[in-house]
Design a protein around this ligand. Structure first.
Ligand code: TMP
Length: 194
């Protein structure tokens, strides 16, 4: 089973993913957790390029997908084969929104490229965390070239995530509530699926 956390900057994905990992482990479920971009040793090297070097948007997409391909082959597929729950902090929906919508490549084109490169792996459950970008901005100190972009870019990201969160696997959650209240929704949803 693959569970992903998605959303704009500062919405609380990493915190919720960590809480979910701890909960699953407390239930004696084997868990593998990773983040994207990043994950495998090679993909973490790609992450620092993507986050800190300026580049063409298509180059950015291809680098992100290279890291994802490596993660699928070396971490995700073996973990699923071994019966682990795979928890991922950002995955295919971030690519649709950041590169497809905000980056201007186009959502259909990004999906086609993912399918062609075997990086289109559909999660079983996706939490899309939603928060007013002005409030979210108070929760982090900008540290990479995405976080430094202007408020309008962050508004487009938020709208983009809401617009892609339309499949049965998606759960849109307002994260203006306290962390534990948000996690209770996550926990109940996952428990019902296991
Ligand atoms: P994070 O620090 O929230 O983990 O995210 C790192 C950045 O990577 C975030 O600003 C969004 C970006 N990103 C993309 O642009 N496309 C993608 O497909 C993924 C997974 C992340």
């Amino acid at each position: 089973m693959i569970i992903t956390f998605e959303g704009g900057e500062g919405v609380g994905k990493t915190t919720q993913a960590a809480l979910l990992k701890a909960f699953l482990e407390s239930q004696n479920r084997p868990v593998v957790m990773l983040r994207e971009p990043g994950g495998s040793v090679l993909s973490e090297k790609i992450r620092s390029l993507v986050l800190h070097e300026s580049m063409d948007t298509l180059t950015e997409l291809l680098l992100i997908l290279s890291g994802r391909r490596e993660n699928i082959a070396t971490i995700i597929e073996p973990a699923l084969a071994g019966g682990s729950v795979v928890v991922i902090d950002r995955f295919i929906d971030s690519t649709l929104v950041y590169q497809g919508i905000a980056g201007g490549i186009g959502i259909e084109r990004v999906r086609d490229i993912m399918q062609a490169t075997r990086t289109w792996l559909i999660p079983d459950l996706t939490f899309v965390l939603d928060l007013d970008p002005a409030l979210a901005a108070t929760r982090y100190t900008p540290d990479d070239r995405f976080e430094f972009r202007d408020p309008d870019y962050h508004r487009r990201l938020r709208e983009g995530f809401v617009s892609v969160a339309t499949e049965p696997r998606h759960r849109l959650i307002d994260t203006s509530a306290p962390i534990q209240a948000v996690f209770e929704t996550v926990r109940q949803t996952v428990a019902a699926r296991l």
